[in-house]
Structure formats: structure tokens, C-alpha cells
Design a protein around this ligand. Structure first.
Ligand code: ADP
Ligand code: ZN
Ligand code: ZN
Length: 826
């Protein structure tokens, strides 16, 4: 008897045993996918992790349906890493598997698929089964994989569906359809008639009388030739010549180009802008590091002789990216793979372009906004150790790719909290999981930040990580000059227009008059957080969540930022019917509107979650700011993500206080990071930048530390607090979040669990607490926090917690309460 042990893509901690034939036993390798039945009638894509001959004792092993792969698509390092994640973060291995794989590789009977629209399909090229599926989807917009099974009257259909997805004929329903078309650039080339250079001299003959046309053709040949001398042309013929560039070079006009097109001498064509950069090959003149960069580079390499992890702490605009590039170059040269992790939101074309300029088509991008096909493509390239994916730039989930030969992981902006996944499980921290992954590859990890997290700096101070610091900006640019504006005083002396102090208005005026750009930071989107009744004080609340609704002026709506609920802005109070309503607080939208009134001739842009939806939403705004189509950019913390603009001379922080007073032990650390990062966008070229921080608390320690660029001061103060109040890095936090619709049941269950933990753990257990937002989507919430000191066994504690969670589950009335475990809660 032969068996295979598999992981199912379900929230299940166990692995499952299926029976296989002897032939299958010899064929199946660890990391291959199998279609297996589960439950009454469902079929899932399972992952083989072991073959053996031990019959399960608790159940009869079912037979698998089908082997889906010819070679493994997941390697053993990955499986071990996923198991580590499941164990460390106390989650189901099935959750990790499900989160790790692109969903197109995880077909199941419930998967809904539809036909891709606007795609021309050559029906004669489809197999019989493919054709039947295709036909069915002409009748019906979408089908479950299950339906297809009955259409084809067989169970083994995953491969044929997969093939149709690979062929771009089918798509998984969950994928959003792209509406934005990347920019197309118009190019020009000689008409194909002249491809072999025949008839060229006759051509020039015929143009004798048309001087201007002849001139532009000659200029065209010159451009082609000058491209060639730079050695860029041998690849795919000549480097494309943009129409715009040709007209400029020939000092000609579009009309003349048009005439030549009409005569069939030239022809036009279009290429997507981002495709062009793909063609670039390694820059020939290599990058020159400054002295400070060069020293840092050497120090990092020295550190790597004895340490696995090194922190590069370099002030904003110190040129960390260039150091990464140099380092990547070293690892590429010895044939290693490199993973470059970035916070999700910062994955702009900017950085990708910078790396592609340098490494050409060895750079691949892995991003949750990419569709399934694109993700599967990168997955396969990495799996094949292909040159095309030798360098992967990605958000945290890129960590799950099938690397086999990883040499270096860079975690840029390592302090970013978005590296920690909150929901759904696995709630892993990509930086920490990266360090573990690197370990199994014997790879090195470089953490980079201008404002490292307290935990990381602590590890660097204690010698666990190497530490390399750069305290100057590249090109001797000075750190920005930070000026504090006391809001209390300004309001008292009536020097405010809306939310703008006279100081800020003056500085904006100056910057704009010099043709420089301005960034204004407000850590809140929407027009203003709430609408309030002036008669009775009532504030409209979300019906499903314990939060006030946010006012969005543009759509004249109230919206819930937690569940997405929205309603039209009321004209009268729901509580007392009074028509006197007012808005309280302020967000990016209101700043934008005040700005329009203050500076009517200025082009203003806004960057927040509302304006950056869609695959390219973020890029579009960044591009137009870079191209100076926008003078003033108003935005939320998205602005803080390592963007590099060369013409920004002023940054204004509208209100520093709402960040400081978050009920969170990291509030001061985060405020420091946010303000320092946003300030860092100012003055990145020769001229010294200016920053205005408006605040009610100019003497607050954190604000003083930002003003004096005093990272170490902030670190020491926060570290002291963390020790006293038992927080990381001295204590590890495990947070349990309990949710249920029945308030009483939840309260009782949370208290039960708390008491059991309190009695059994012999550690500080806090709670059960009602969080500040205690109901979301009609579910009530309670939290329990366990603090585990450094010298205490983490493994042992987690085991005990697991046991108590199991007994909680065995109490029948509590079984319905959902418990989410968050290890190293961020
Ligand atoms: P950081 O990531 O540390 O904030 P960047 O890597 O974005 O800084 O560098 C800041 C600016 O300085 C960028 O415009 C970058 O192109 C430029 N720069 C940095 N190092 C070099 C170098 N060695 N040669 C040329 N330009 C550089
Ligand atoms: Zn009222
Ligand atoms: Zn809500």
C-alpha cells in the first residue's frame, strides 16, 4: 500500500494522507500538486510533502484524483520555511500554503472562472475539451470548475482549465479587470519596403525637391547611427526612435513626418512605455559611489563575513539604493538570486526603472496588484532559476517564491509596518521571515532604513546584526531645515486660514514663485472625519461597526473606513432632525479644497487610498508630479515611502499631533518615522529643503527629535519606555483577538480564556480588553495580550497557549467564537 502526505489549501493545521498506486508512488515528488477529493464533493489542489507506506489509523485514505505536475512547483526549502511560519506564527500550514501560491495554481472545484474579454481566439487551435469549455463560456459569463466537470463529464479537469488560463483564454473571477492602459509612445521607422536598405538611394533621389523631408530622413539615419555607436543596437535591430525625438532633432514638424508616412517612406508604430526599458542592458559606465557610500559598501561586506544580517541606517537621500545596486551586482556575478523586498505601496515604477536601467531584463516584479498570469509567470521563472527573474522586486508575499539559489535579501524601509501581515492568517512579519529564509539558503540579509524600527536597531546595537551608518546625504545636500509652527499661538493670534498658518502660506508662496514643488502631509484621507450635529452633538455611526462615518465631500457621502458601508450625506440630524450640521477634524480632501481657495492658479494633486486605486493609480499620480504637471501634492502616509523627487523644496506637515496620540505603544516611534520620512522628501537636490511642522505641542520630545534629526535620542527614550512597560524588544507579544456576533457569549468566552491563561502561564496576561473599535461588520471584538520576556521559552509558551486554545474550542458554547492569534503583534 502506498500513500502520499499532502497539505490542503484550507485553514487546517494537519496534513492529510491519500492513497496512491505504486506507479504514482514512484512518480510523485515532494512539491508536486495533486488534485484530491475532500469532504463530500469538493476537489482541491493539494501539495505533496512526503510519500510513505504508513496507513492512517483514524480514517480511510481516499485516492487522489490526479497528479497535476510533471516537475515539482514548490521546493523543499519552501516547504520547510512554510512549516516554520506555521509553527512560529501559530497558524495552519494550509493557511500558509494558500497565502503563498498564486491562486491560479490552486484551482479547486469552487473556483469561479470566466472568459477573458476582447481576446481573439483561434477556435481551431483548441482541443475538444478546451473547445467545450470555451463554448460553455460563450453562453454563460462565468462557471464554477465544478460545473465544467459535469459539462465534460469527468473529474480530472484541472489541467485543461489550467492550460486555458495559461493561454490567457480564461481568468479567475476574482481578478479585477484592468482599465488603465499603460502609456503608449509613438515611434517611427523606415517603411518595411526599405527593410533591406534596397531602393534607398532612389528614394533620396525622388525627394530631391522636398528638402525638409530629405532632412528629416537624414536626421533619422543619424539617430540610428548614434544609437549604434553606443552599442545598444545589436539586440533587436535598432533602438526605437520616438517621433517626438526625431522632430526635435531635425527641428521639423509633425506635418512633415505625416507627409512621409503618407508616401509610405516612414511608418509609425507604438510600444508600451514600460516595455522599452526592458530592452535596456546593463549600463556601460558603471555607477560611481561617493566616498561615504563606498565606505558603507565595504563595511557591509565586512559585516557579512561574520554576520548573517546587516542594518544599513542611512539618512533620507543618502543613496542607499545605489549601495543596494552595487551589492546586487556582486551576487548576480556569482549566479545567485536576489530578493528585494519593499513595502507594498512603495512598489513604484520608479525603483523598478532604476534597477532595470542597471540590470536590464534580469529584474522581475512580484506584486499583489498584478494579475494571476503575471504572478504565475514570475513563479515559474524563479522556479527554473531563470535569468529573467534573477532579481525579484516584490512586496512581502514575494518571500514565498520558489527560490533555490538565493544569495541576498534586501529589506528596504525595514521599519514599515506593512511588512507584517495582519489579516488573513498567516500573520507573519516579512522581515523576520526573510531572515529565517535566508538562513536556509546561507544567504545574507541587508535591512535598510533612515528610521529603523526599535527592534532592529536594538539587534544591531547588541551585535546580533551588523550596523552600518551613513549620516550625510548624497552629493553634500544638506538635511532639510525643519521649522515648528505653534498652532495654539497661531489660532490665538488669528494667523490661520483654515488649516494653514501664515508661515506655511508664506513658504508655499515662495516655493511656487521659484517654480519649486510642494508636498503637504495629512495623515487622514477624506474631507473631514465626521459630521456632527450642532444641536445635539450626534455623530452618524456605521451600522455594522463601532466607528463614526467619514465625510467624503467629493461624493457627498458618509463612508465607513472599516467595512466600506456608505450613505448619502444627511441634510438633517438622524437623532434630533436639526438641519444644523457641521464637519469636525480634517483630511486630505479638505486640505486640497482649502488650497484651491488659497492658491487658485496652482495645480494641485492628491494622493491617498481614494485616488490611487487600481494597478497604476499610484504611478499615475507619481508620474504627473515628477513631470511637474502638479505643483502641490497633498497626501497621506503614502508620501513617506521612499519616493525621490528632485524639485520639491518644501514639505508641510499639517498636523503632527493626531499621529502622536494614537493609543499604541509604537505611536511615538511611528510618528518619528513618519515625520522624518516625509521631511526627507524635501530638498533632495542641491538646494537645502524646508519643512514646516504645524503642531499644538512644539516641545514634545518626539517632535524635538524629528526637528534635530535625533534618531538615537528617539531610540533611547523609546527603549527605556519599552523596558518599563514590558514591550518589544524586551518582551514578545502574542495577541489573541476574539470575535463573535453575540456580545454576551463573546464576553463570557473571552473571560474564560483569559482566566485559564492567567492561571497557567505565569506571565503578564492583559485583558480581556474591549479595543477602541470594538465592533466591525457586526462582530464584537475582545483582545487578550500575552507578554513573554526574552529569557522565557517562546516555544514552550506557545505550546501552552495552543493547548488552552484547544480546550477553549472543546467548550461547546465557545467553539463558535473566532480566535485569531497574532505572534509578534505589530
Ligand atoms: P535613499 O534611498 O537613501 O533615500 P536614494 O538612493 O534615493 O537615497 O538617492 C538619493 C538621490 O541621490 C537619488 O536621486 C539618486 O539617484 C542620487 N544618487 C545617490 N547615489 C548616487 C551615485 N553614487 N551617483 C549618482 N547619483 C546618486
Ligand atoms: Zn442632532
Ligand atoms: Zn462599518
Amino acid at each position: 500500500m502506498y500513500f502520499v502526505e499532502v497539505i490542503l489549501p484550507l485553514s487546517l493545521a494537519k496534513t492529510f494522507t491519500y492513497s496512491i498506486s505504486e506507479t504514482e508512488f514512484h512518480y510523485i515528488k515532494i512539491g508536486m500538486r495533486l488534485a484530491v477529493p475532500f469532504g463530500k464533493s469538493k476537489i482541491y489542489t493539494a501539495l505533496a510533502i512526503q510519500t510513505h507506506q504508513n496507513q492512517p489509523t483514524l480514517y480511510d485514505a481516499k485516492e487522489i484524483h490526479q497528479i497535476l505536475d510533471e516537475i515539482p512547483v514548490v521546493n523543499e526549502i519552501q516547504i520547510a520555511h512554510w512549516q516554520w511560519i506555521a509553527s512560529y506564527y501559530m497558524c495552519a500550514i494550509g493557511d500558509v500554503y494558500r497565502g503563498a501560491m498564486p491562486s491560479a495554481l490552486l484551482l479547486e472545484s469552487e473556483t469561479i472562472i470566466s472568459k477573458k474579454t476582447n481576446e481573439f481566439i483561434d477556435e481551431s487551435k483548441l482541443s475538444d475539451d478546451e473547445f467545450l469549455i470555451y463554448q460553455a463560456l460563450l453562453q454563460q459569463s462565468s462557471l464554477k470548475v465544478q460545473d465544467i466537470m459535469s459539462i465534460l463529464n469527468k473529474k480530472n479537469i484541472f489541467p485543461v482549465v489550467q492550460k486555458l488560463i495559461d493561454k490567457n483564454i480564461l481568468v479567475l473571477q476574482e481578478e479585477i479587470l484592468e482599465t488603465y492602459k499603460p502609456k503608449l509612445i509613438r515611434y517611427i521607422r523606415l517603411h518595411s519596403k526599405y527593410e533591406s536598405n534596397q531602393g534607398l538611394s532612389e528614394l533620396l533621389e525622388t525627394l530631391k525637391s522636398a528638402n525638409k523631408q530629405k532632412e528629416i530622413i537624414l536626421r533619422y539615419f543619424q539617430l540610428i547611427a548614434s544609437n549604434k555607436t553606443r552599442g545598444e543596437a545589436e539586440r533587436s535591430g535598432a533602438k526605437p526612435i520616438a517621433v517626438k525625438k526625431l522632430i526635435e532633432a531635425a527641428e521639423s514638424t509633425m506635418a512633415i513626418v505625416k507627409a512621409l508616412i503618407d508616401k509610405e517612406i516612414f511608418e509609425e508604430y507604438y510600444i508600451q512605455e514600460d516595455r522599452i526599458n526592458f530592452q535596456g542592458k546593463m549600463k556601460e559606465e558603471s555607477l560611481k559611489l561617493s566616498e561615504a557610500q563606498g565606505n558603507a559598501f565595504e563595511e557591509i561586506k565586512n559585516n557579512f563575513d561574520s554576520k548573517e544580517v546587516c542594518l544599513l541606517h542611512g539618512v533620507t537621500s543618502s543613496g542607499k539604493t545605489e549601495i543596494y545596486i552595487k551589492l546586487i551586482e556582486d551576487y548576480i556575478a556569482i549566479g545567485k538570486q536576489v530578493l528585494y523586498l519593499l513595502p507594498e505601496i512603495a512598489l513604484t515604477t520608479q525603483l523598478v526603472e532604476r534597477l532595470r536601467e542597471y540590470f536590464g531584463n534580469k529584474v522581475a516584479v512580484f506584486h499583489s496588484k498584478f494579475n494571476n498570469n503575471e504572478r504565475v509567470e514570475v513563479w515559474k521563472q524563479v522556479m527554473e532559476n531563470s535569468e529573467k527573474s534573477q532579481i525579484v522586486i516584490g512586496a512581502r508575499s514575494a518571500l514565498f517564491l520558489p527560490f533555490s539559489n538565493l544569495g541576498l535579501i534586501i529589506v528596504d524601509e525595514e521599519h514599515e509596518q506593512t511588512f507584517k501581515q495582519q489579516d488573513p492568517s498567516p500573520r507573519y512579519h516579512a522581515r523576520d521571515a526573510a531572515i529565517v529564509l535566508a538562513n536556509s539558503h546561507k544567504a545574507k540579509v541587508l535591512l535598510g532604513s533612515a528610521t529603523p524600527s526599535i527592534e532592529t536597531y536594538f539587534n544591531a546595537q547588541s551585535g546580533k546584526y551588523g550596523l552600518v551608518e551613513i549620516s550625510e546625504r548624497f552629493g553634500n545636500v544638506m538635511m532639510p531645515d525643519i521649522e515648528l509652527v505653534d498652532l495654539k499661538d497661531k489660532y490665538f493670534r488669528k494667523k490661520m486660514s483654515g488649516h494653514f498658518s501664515d508661515t506655511l502660506i508664506e513658504e508655499i508662496t515662495t516655493a511656487l514663485s521659484l517654480g519649486e514643488q510642494v508636498i503637504l502631509f495629512q495623515n487622514r484621507r477624506g474631507f473631514s472625519p465626521v459630521v456632527e450635529c450642532m444641536t445635539c452633538g450626534h455623530v452618524p455611526q456605521c451600522q455594522q461597526c463601532d466607528v463614526s462615518l467619514t465625510y467624503h465631500k467629493h461624493k457627498n457621502q458618509l463612508r465607513c473606513h472599516y467595512c466600506g458601508y456608505s450613505m448619502a450625506n444627511p441634510t438633517s440630524c438622524h437623532a434630533c432632525s436639526s438641519p444644523h450640521l457641521t464637519t469636525k477634524g480634517f483630511g486630505t480632501e479638505q486640505i486640497q479644497q482649502e488650497l484651491v481657495a488659497l492658491f487658485p492658479d496652482t495645480k494641485i494633486g492628491r494622493m491617498d487610498q481614494d485616488t490611487t486605486r487600481g494597478k497604476f493609480g499610484f504611478e499615475k499620480i507619481i508620474d504627473s508630479f515628477k513631470n511637474r504637471e502638479i505643483d502641490v501634492l497633498v497626501g497621506t502616509q503614502m508620501l513617506a515611502k521612499g519616493l525621490d523627487f528632485d524639485n520639491v523644496s518644501l514639505v508641510g506637515i499639517m498636523n503632527a499631533d493626531n499621529m502622536l496620540y494614537h493609543p499604541d505603544f509604537r505611536a511615538f516611534e511611528r510618528s518619528f518615522q513618519m515625520m522624518t520620512q516625509v521631511s526627507g522628501r524635501s530638498g533632495r537636490s542641491e538646494k537645502r529643503g524646508k519643512v514646516i511642522i504645524q503642531t499644538y505641542n512644539p516641545n514634545h520630545n518626539t517632535i524635538q527629535q524629528v526637528t534635530n534629526n535625533d534618531y538615537v535620542g528617539m531610540y533611547k527614550e523609546q527603549l527605556y519606555e519599552r523596558q518599563i512597560y514590558k514591550y518589544p524588544p524586551y518582551f514578545r507579544l502574542v495577541k489573541l483577538t476574539l470575535k463573535h456576533r453575540d456580545f454576551e457569549k463573546l464576553k463570557e468566552g473571552a473571560m474564560w480564556l483569559y482566566q485559564v491563561m492567567q492561571q497557567n502561564l505565569n506571565l503578564p496576561v492583559l485583558g480581556p480588553e474591549e479595543p477602541s473599535i470594538s465592533r466591525i461588520r457586526n462582530e464584537y471584538i475582545r483582545t487578550i495580550m500575552v507578554k513573554i520576556p526574552q529569557n522565557h521559552s517562546l516555544q514552550g509558551t506557545k505550546k501552552t497557549i495552543r493547548k488552552m486554545l484547544d480546550s477553549f474550542d472543546s467548550v461547546s458554547q465557545f467553539r463558535v467564537i473566532k480566535v485569531a492569534v497574532n505572534v509578534d503583534f505589530y
